[in-house]
Design a protein around this ligand. Structure first.
Ligand code: PHB
Length: 401
């Protein structure tokens, strides 16, 4: 784990504060009012992957978050921010310690993270135990906005089953009869495939084989041999980041691309097209974003992001951007005083987020209700070719909020 924190050194301001408390003790000064207490910086704990197969995703989320804050004058609820950053390495075993450090040692006001569902499940437990506000800018673990939902936990990305449900419907509508699924064996892969299977079979298809390999392994050869032998109508996979790049290239190199249709949630081809090149051309995916989503917010966002970071944004950048937008909406309602938790939560729950994906609201369990687009890879773009499911909400799964 690399710890890169940005702390405020005792400054002239700090020495003045010391003098003030001495005067206060001597009874020469009135106590600090809540308003001036709000003048301090809001501490944001960014717990994201900056190494490993999801490294690029963590960076895009960080960039998106910071862009929204910059566009808001560098402030949230009128207060400046101080960032504390932890590389979570997409390692669930290290997650409780990493989250606890941010909360107990660095005293962050808000925890933002992460990409990997297993890490996010551990973070959400720590956040619930400490009643720390948590905003999840990617990890889709269904349970977090299901039975594990909590007033202090929000998500600005998706739940894992959402893109899978959409692709299952599309493939059933296209009259595909048989499918094989392949993914990493952990919550995200299982739930993504679960959503696909549920919708595909409800539409008359049959998943004939579910294949798994441990996260984050990328030795795909034996699975490709098995797929070639099974000859399904379609193959649905969940992979992302570096793993998605390798899988798409290996699938094409094995000669399967033109014989058995490959589909997946948009993570398969998001932020990866440069590296995947020809191997990705024509692939169909389902996702709550696509480069060409046509609205003024997306156009402005894409231009601002490209200007700031010299690269084009992807879905992860959008989700990070929206995490900051959600926090900004809540903090505005309480004038920067995040201790007004009930008001803050209410404002976040009822916020309408003007997202580059299209404006969205949250479910009662704090997950976005959004359109899931159908996209086809054309050149370096995930071209939006339709809406697979409009206003997709989370299936009700036991959230008691
Ligand atoms: C997850 O673990 O929930 C996850 C990871 C990467 C993605 C999407 C979901 O691109």
């Amino acid at each position: 784990m690399t710890q890169r924190t940005h702390r405020v050194r005792p400054t002239v301001g700090g020495r003045i504060a010391g003098l003030a408390s001495a005067l206060l003790m001597a009874g020469l000064l009135l106590p600090v009012s809540p308003v001036s207490a709000q003048g301090s910086r809001i501490k944001i704990g960014l717990m994201l992957p900056y190494t490993g197969t999801f490294a690029a995703l963590g960076t895009a989320i960080t960039n998106g978050f910071k862009l929204a804050v910059e566009e808001n004058g560098g402030k949230v609820g009128g207060r400046e921010l101080e960032y504390f950053t932890v590389d979570d390495e997409s390692d669930p075993a290290k997650a409780p310690e990493n989250a606890n450090k941010l909360i107990k040692r660095d005293n962050v006001d808000v925890l933002v993270g992460t990409v990997h569902s297993g890490v996010a499940l551990a973070m959400s437990k720590v956040a619930r135990d400490n009643n720390t506000l948590l905003i999840i800018p990617n990890a889709g673990a269904d349970e977090i906005t299901g039975p594990l939902c909590a007033a202090n936990v929000f998500r600005t990305s998706f739940s894992n089953s959402q893109p899978g449900i959409a692709m299952g419907r599309v493939m059933a509508e296209q009259k595909k009869k048989t499918a094989v699924t392949l993914t990493w064996k952990y919550a995200a892969g299982e739930e993504s495939v679960g959503g696909f299977k549920e919708a595909f079979e409800a539409g008359g298809g049959k998943v004939v084989k579910e294949l798994f390999l441990p996260f984050p392994q990328v030795e795909f050869q034996s699975y490709l041999t098995e797929i070639a032998a099974l000859k399904p109508d379609v193959v649905y996979v969940f992979f992302a980041g570096g793993g998605a790049v390798k899988f798409v290239k290996d699938y094409a190199a094995a000669g399967l691309k033109n014989t058995i249709q490959l589909v997946g949630p948009g993570f398969l081809t998001d932020g990866t097209l440069e590296a995947q090149g020809d191997a990705a051309q024509g692939l169909l995916t389902t996702m709550h974003y696509g480069e060409g989503v046509s609205n003024p917010k997306n156009a402005a966002f894409r231009a601002a992001y490209a200007k700031a970071y010299k690269v084009d944004p992807d879905v992860y950048a959008v989700q990070g951007y929206d995490a900051a937008q959600l926090l900004i909406a809540g903090a505005k309602a309480v004038n920067g005083d995040l201790t007004k938790r009930a008001e803050l939560v209410k404002a976040m729950e009822t916020a309408k987020i003007d997202s580059p994906r299209g404006a969205f609201a949250l479910t009662r369990s704090h997950n976005p209700i959004h359109d899931i687009y159908l996209r086809r890879v054309e050149g370096k773009e995930n071209k939006v070719i339709g809406v697979a499911v409009k206003n997709l909400t989370d299936p009700p799964r036991g959230c008691k909020l």
